[in-house]
Design a protein around this ligand. Structure first.
Ligand SMILES: [Zn+2]
Length: 140
């Protein structure tokens, strides 16, 4: 089943947020997180009652979050767009990610395609680790 978007968000009492969409495996709910909005992927299985599998932080802009979910195809796209921080591990992998290799290039924890364009965040851990690995290969 492809992503089903709700005509209007469904209030979620437990998570104190709103469910924007769901697919075969997850519900996609936004919640307030301090000064940010966090989009969370809650498993439809028993684990989903207690914790979420994936999360992406957005600035406090509902339009941004709604647009990101609307445009996202979780079947072929690992992660949505428009977030500035990924607080969860491991990175989500779409079940049919091979169909969209360009979209699914590696992204750092700040959402940048850092292998192409780096990251705007100074001292990004993912950039640093990549450079360390490249350096280690270079001198091996
Ligand atoms: Zn980064």
């Amino acid at each position: 089943m492809p992503m089903q978007h709700h005509p209007s968000p469904i209030y979620d009492e437990k998570w104190v947020g709103e469910e924007l969409a769901r697919d075969d495996t997850h519900r996609y709910v936004w919640i307030w997180m301090g000064s940010n909005i966090r989009l969370i992927a809650l498993s439809l299985g028993p684990d989903g009652a207690w914790s979420y599998d994936h999360g992406w932080c957005y600035r406090r802009d509902m339009e941004l979050v709604t647009k990101a979910v609307t445009e996202w195809d979780p079947d072929t796209q690992d992660e949505p767009m428009g977030w500035h921080k990924r607080p969860t591990h491991p990175v989500r992998r779409a079940p049919r990610r091979h169909e969209n290799p360009d979209y699914n290039r590696a992204r750092c924890e700040h959402g940048s395609y850092f292998l192409d364009s780096g990251c705007r965040v100074l001292n990004c851990r993912d950039v640093r680790e990549h450079e360390d690995r490249a350096h280690a290969k270079g001198i091996a």
